[in-house]
Ligand binder design. Structure first.
Ligand code: HEM
Length: 390
């Protein structure tokens, strides 16, 4: 292993996450420098936390570590700060969460399963007709986008446009907010729902109140985009999960032979893929972590894939094991900002893997995997596969 391969500074290079081995860096940091101070030219100084226990403690102290200036490592503060669910602190965060929570709790997701199954069958049917396809775009991307569009109340006829615009924004590695057609589309939808509310999440956002006040148009649009953007994590977990099974056919066979392993397999895919690469927080008061003094105003970056390979918490952490138990992964965060879409993401995975086992005879990789160049989310950007019907 070369020195560059374990340099903590490399973590902010998207190229490392696309072509290198960030796990080698995190493994070294957990052992030798678990609370590391970065001072890189292109970014404000920040701390890196790589141990499961430390990451959990920061997530669980939302008053001591704020989300309101941004939750991703950027050169400045996030323009959506204070406006969206992910980018707000208590008490506003709790109120915004209250507006959206009904759409994501267990009962709501159970009610959505019929839609998720139908959408899964539709994308798999199309993929089987194609024979060879890109699992990332043709299966996982279409599926996760159509499910969130359904929750937001976007008519089926517009899903294709939304899919194209979000892909364009992701491919350009730009914030979704910067896609003018997407903003225009949501503005139009908001006005329609103000006049004629229906039973969908956009209607809840435009007609619900926080502290007796309606959200501004900008806040409502940012929250819609935040939801669409957040599903990128779900999409990457589906693709990364498929890749994990292609690389570990024995684990796919175990699941095929014993479907009672499915819930545990979904948790292991979440841990293994850890598709959200980091969360950032800003300290609101001084803290001491493992002897390091963190001052109020300091940025702290939590590296989730590292926490999910922490050898102090997971036995044999680099083994993909669908029967792993216990599995205390933190892929969906923990504490007040724990992923609101967790139950939905789990349902999408369970349904997709079940439908693949039931309806598809053979799944083979038919080309090289290309990984995303990003320090924010990680996983395959492209996964060419050949699917053969049973
Ligand atoms: C496997 C898939 C997913 C992973 C790994 C994941 C991961 C995460 C993580 C780590 C956070 C905490 C971010 C932070 O506070 O810094 C989070 C929050 C969030 N996630 Fe997910 N997510 C997934 C799927 C989804 C889906 C499908 C949705 C769609 C609805 C979603 C919507 C959100 C939202 C809105 C938040 C902000 C919650 C809050 O601040 O209260 N996520 N997610």
């Amino acid at each position: 292993m070369t020195t560059t391969a374990v340099s903590p500074a490399g973590l902010t290079d998207p190229g490392l996450h696309a072509h290198g081995d960030p796990h080698a860096v995190w493994r070294w940091m957990r052992a030798h420098d678990p609370v590391h101070r970065h001072q890189e030219a292109e970014l404000p100084a920040f701390w890196s936390l790589t141990r499961h226990e430390d990451i959990r403690s920061v997530y669980r102290d939302a008053a001591g570590f704020s989300s309101a200036r941004g939750v991703l490592l950027r050169s400045g503060d996030d323009p959506g700060g204070g406006m969206t669910l992910a980018l707000s602190d208590a008490p506003r965060h709790r109120q915004l969460r209250g507006l959206m929570a009904d759409w994501f709790h267990t009962r709501a997701v159970r009610g959505l399963e019929g839609y998720v199954r139908a959408a899964t069958r539709s994308v798999l049917g199309r993929a089987l007709e194609l024979g060879e396809c890109d699992f990332a775009h043709d299966v996982a991307g279409r599926l996760s986008l159509s499910v969130i569009c359904h929750i937001l109340g976007i008519p089926e006829r517009d899903h294709e446009d939304l899919y194209r615009w979000t892909n364009e924004a992701f491919e350009a590695h730009r914030s979704l907010v910067s896609h003018p057609l997407l903003v225009e589309y949501f503005m139009e939808l908001l006005y329609q729902r103000m006049e004629e509310p229906t039973d969908d999440l956009v209607s809840s956002l435009v007609n619900g109140t926080v502290d007796g006040e309606l959200l501004t148009e900008e806040e409502a649009v940012f929250n819609c985009e935040n939801l669409i953007g957040a599903t990128e994590n779900g999409r990457l977990a589906l693709i990364g999960g498929m890749q994990a099974f292609l690389e570990h056919p024995d684990q796919w066979q175990r699941l095929a032979d014993d479907r009672s392993l499915m819930p545990g397999a979904v948790e292991e895919v979440l841990r293994w893929t850890s598709s959200a690469t980091h969360s950032m927080r800003v300290a609101t008061r001084p803290h001491e972590i493992r002897g390091a003094r963190i001052e109020a105003g300091d940025r702290v970056v939590l590296w989730l894939p590292s926490g999910n390979r922490d050898e102090e918490v997971f036995t044999d952490p680099y083994r993909f094991d669908v029967s792993r138990s216990p599995n205390r992964h933190i892929a969906l965060a923990t504490g007040e900002h724990v992923c609101i879409g967790g139950t939905l993401a789990r349902a999408e995975m369970r349904v997709l893997f079940t439908e693949l086992l039931d309806g598809v005879g053979r799944i083979e990789q038919s080309g090289p995997v290309r990984r995303l160049r990003s320090i924010e989310v990680n996983g395959p950007e492209s996964l060419p596969v050949r699917l053969t019907a049973k």
